[in-house]
Design a binder for this molecule. Structure first.
Ligand code: SF4
Ligand code: SF4
Length: 102
C-alpha cells in the first residue's frame, strides 16, 4: 500500500517536507516514494499529504495506477476543452513545421 510519483513530476519539492514518514526522496529524473515507508498517510492525516499539495495533475498514482489528482481536477479544465486546445496547439505546430521545411 503505497503511492507512486511518476515522470510528470516537475521536482518542485513541495511534497517532500510534508510526508509524515519521510518516504519521499529526491531522485533523478524525478522525486520518488519509498514503498516500504509510505502508509498513504493513514493514521496521520485524512488524505495523502503529497497529493494534497502536488500542483501537477496525474503525477502521483495510487497502488493500482489511478491518479490522485486526475486531469482537470486542479485546473478545472474539462477534458473535452483540453483536447480541443491540444489539437489546436498540435495543428499550429505542424503548420509552422511545414512552413519551415517547405
Ligand atoms: S501518501 Fe503520505 S506517507 Fe505516502 S508518500 Fe505521500 S505523504 Fe508520504
Ligand atoms: S509535489 Fe508533485 S511535482 Fe512537486 S516534487 Fe512532489 S510529486 Fe513532484
Amino acid at each position: 500500500m503505497a503511492l507512486e510519483i511518476i515522470e510528470s513530476c516537475v521536482n518542485c519539492y513541495a511534497c517532500e517536507p510534508l510526508c509524515p514518514n519521510k518516504a519521499i526522496y529526491q531522485a533523478s529524473p524525478h522525486f520518488l516514494i519509498d514503498p516500504d515507508k509510505c502508509t498513504e498517510c493513514i493514521g496521520d492525516f485524512e488524505d495523502a499529504q503529497c497529493a494534497s499539495i502536488c500542483p501537477i495533475e496525474g503525477a502521483i498514482l495510487d497502488e493500482v495506477g489511478t491518479p490522485l489528482n486526475p486531469i482537470g481536477s486542479l485546473t478545472g479544465i474539462p477534458l473535452e476543452l483540453l483536447a480541443q486546445y491540444q489539437a489546436a496547439v498540435e495543428a499550429t505546430y505542424q503548420a509552422a513545421l511545414e512552413a519551415k521545411t517547405g
